[in-house]
Write a protein that binds this ligand. Structure first.
Ligand code: URA
Length: 254
């Protein structure tokens, strides 16, 4: 069959999103137990449009989706990558049901940062959420090496300059500085713990912003992305699909 935009293999879609193996799906197809829009499909190469077609197996409709959006509570010590030679990755932590969907982290947290990581297989949405001009707010809890002094809120709100890093992918000579967009800093009851909201995603941004003010970040957790809060029911390492309200808040599916 010629490639048609939006169509994907039926056997792969079922195997990737259910407990059936590809072999199981082929058996079901051979027996005429897979229906697409009410008609039995027996062809192993059949393609479907997961946004429109209704697929059922043994009379039960399957909720197959074209794209997945997963919220994970990343623990410390795990890297935001799809593969790593030495360290566990966020992909290694996914439960079996999410494993074969081709997910990747939309944005990175450092190895020693914990909290909300969004995983998806929707490149366009990932790109939109990460693009600097989309200004999606991200909130963090930050543990510092000493109490926050007067004036730090104002420095964050004004938009501070930090030393350029080679990971910023910007031209600049040694000693050059880069301007951060205005950010919000909120104190908590603990003088060494603050909440910060940034709308950019530069390399080690929160740590570099505090370093430029003379503070060392000793702990960092991302609590929300685009107004969607990390589910407190998720223990470190656990993940779940975003619900409809959360997808809506992130402008997914609009
Ligand atoms: N800022 C950092 O410094 N590290 C992270 O992991 C996220 C934001």
């Amino acid at each position: 069959m010629a490639y048609q935009k939006g169509l994907i293999r039926l056997d792969k879609a079922i195997a990737d999103q259910t407990g059936y193996s590809r072999k199981d799906v082929h058996k079901l197809l051979s027996k005429g137990q897979v229906l697409v829009n009410g008609a039995a499909v027996r062809n192993f190469d059949a393609k479907v449009d997961l946004e429109q077609d209704i697929i059922s197996v043994n009379g039960q409709e399957l909720a197959l989706k074209k794209y997945s959006y997963i919220m994970m509570n990343k623990p410390k010590g795990v890297v935001c990558a799809t593969a790593d030679e030495k360290l566990p990755t966020v992909i290694d932590l996914l439960p079996e049901a999410f494993r074969r969907r081709g997910l990747f982290p939309a944005g990175r947290l450092d190895k020693d940062t914990e909290g909300f990581v969004l995983l998806t297989n929707d490149g366009q949405t990932a790109h939109r959420l990460l693009a600097p001009r989309s200004h999606v707010p991200k909130q963090y809890t930050v543990w510092l090496d000493k109490p926050v002094e007067e004036g730090v809120e104002q420095a964050f709100a004004k938009g501070m300059e930090i030393p350029l890093d080679k990971h910023d992918n910007r031209p600049g000579r040694a000693g050059a500085r880069i301007k951060c967009s205005p950010a919000r800093l909120e104190r908590t009851e603990q003088p060494q713990v603050v909440r910060v909201e940034i709308r950019q995603g530069m390399y080690h941004q929160v740590k570099r912003m505090f370093a430029s003010m003379g503070y060392l970040v000793v702990g960092l957790r991302r609590d929300s992305i685009g107004g969607v809060a990390l589910d407190p029911a998720l223990a470190p390492g656990e993940s779940r699909e975003l619900d409809a309200a959360e997808m809506d808040m992130l402008g997914i599916g609009k």
